[in-house]
Design a protein around this ligand. Structure first.
Ligand SMILES: Cc1cc2nc3c(=O)[nH]c(=O)nc-3n(C[C@H](O)[C@H](O)[C@H](O)COP(=O)(O)O)c2cc1C
Length: 219
């Protein structure tokens, strides 16, 4: 924190307690899998959420993310038709398909390879081996988290979920998504309806002390 002291933007901020509102948004965030189908999300709220996404950090400020917004019945139905198994409607799909808004988040690897080939970075070989961790997926995940947190702040529910790998070609075809863009996941957004707790939560949260290694791994 010492390095922050003295920065004009931080004057009067250092030493004050963290924002209660922020802590509350983080604490309240959870994946919501059922929505009020009769309550649309105002367009300006959706714009705000997408606006938060583009404030995510990105390696080299590459910003290699693109979002497909599906907020009309025809495109939402098409999304569910191509990403799920025909005839297999379960409680998950019933609840999720009531969401009035779906945002599909795509990562764009080439934006990073191009950016890092620029003179200030100089990786002109564009070798993917330089990227043991694909930052294009990470950054798009960070942008997605801002949408999830923003939804809580707006009084909405949201759920990030994967597009099954075998469905990706059909998804691309249905929405003209070029091969260069990978759908890392989709986010349903809407006003919350009663939903079932995810069975995964039985695993329990791995609390901070269990996952923090101080000074040395295993220490
Ligand atoms: C990368 C990622 C993929 C996920 N995929 C799915 C999914 O396909 N379906 C689903 O219902 N939830 C999915 N989730 C939500 C997780 O199940 C959920 O975050 C986890 O159980 C913790 O619950 P919470 O987010 O409500 O605290 C995914 C979450 C992440 C971060």
């Amino acid at each position: 924190m010492a390095r922050l002291v003295g920065h004009p933007a931080d004057r009067g901020r250092v030493g004050r307690p963290a924002s209660v509102e922020f802590a509350e948004v983080v604490r309240r965030r959870r994946m919501v899998r059922n929505y009020d189908a009769d309550r649309p999300v105002p367009a300006e709220v959706v714009d705000r959420l997408l606006g938060y996404a583009v404030h995510a950090p990105s390696a080299g400020f590459s910003q290699g993310w693109e979002f497909l917004l599906l907020d009309d019945a025809e495109s939402r139905d098409r999304f569910w038709a191509v990403t799920t198994t025909p005839g297999e409607v379960d409680g998950w799909l019933e609840g999720m398909s009531r969401a009035p808004v779906i945002v599909v988040a795509h990562s764009h690897r080439d934006a990073y390879l191009d950016r890092y080939a620029e003179p200030d970075k100089g990786w002109t070989d564009r070798d993917e081996a330089r990227w043991p961790v694909p930052y294009w997926h990470i950054d798009t995940g960070m942008a997605s988290l801002l949408i999830l947190l923003g939804a809580v702040d707006e009084g909405l529910g949201a759920c990030f979920f994967g597009v099954p790998p075998d469905r990706i070609p059909a998804y691309r075809a249905a929405f003209d998504v070029p091969e260069a863009y990978m759908p890392i996941g989709a986010i349903t957004i809407g006003y919350r309806a009663e939903d079932r707790r995810s069975p995964s939560l039985k695993r329990g949260r791995r609390e901070q002390p269990m996952v923090t290694h101080r000074g040395r791994w295993g220490g």
